[in-house]
Ligand binder design. Sequence first.
Ligand SMILES: [Fe+2]
Ligand SMILES: [Fe+2]
Length: 198
Amino acid sequence: MADGHEMGDRAKFREMLEGTKEDWDIIVEHSKSFNKGLAKRVLDHLRLLDGDFGGFPVDRLEHSLQTATRAHRDGRDEEYVVCALLHDIGDTLGSYNHPDVAAAILKPFVSEANHWMVANHGAFQGYYFFHHIGLDRNLREHFKDSPHYEHCAQFCHLYDQAAFDPDYESEPLEFFVPMVERVFSKPVNSMYLKAMQE
Ligand SMILES: [Fe+2]
Ligand SMILES: [Fe+2]
């Protein structure tokens, strides 16, 4: 089997009410190996943005690479760079709330400030274009009392809104793979954490 377990290695309950410790030992073991593949699954999903232009000058994968490359070259740490790389991964499934998708995926692995930055970058990015599409570019002011306001405004100003240049030499996705693997190997915020530790 792909996850290294035997076919017969399954819990016996028909409903969870009947579940035993033996059942759950089996499931927890499967979860541990499944979780090790999370970085790969996330990267596979990010690749769905390849060729997806949506009218922009660069496709959404290039925008992601360019945002991450700019952050990396500016000296940001690995966790921040991974947030930059994945900030728009929700574009495929969250057409009306894409920042929420990336924020949910990253939440177990990143600081509160970086999680907040990813979760709210949509409103802050709006400062650069909402006035062109009949929306209020100052929507971000709604968050002016947050301790993370500047952190998020800086992300959008320095990297996100600046990452649409077709002539920019971004690093390829392979460059970021080890960073994604390292960040996704160390969950710190999860209600399942105690049960899932090695
Ligand atoms: Fe975005
Ligand atoms: Fe973006």
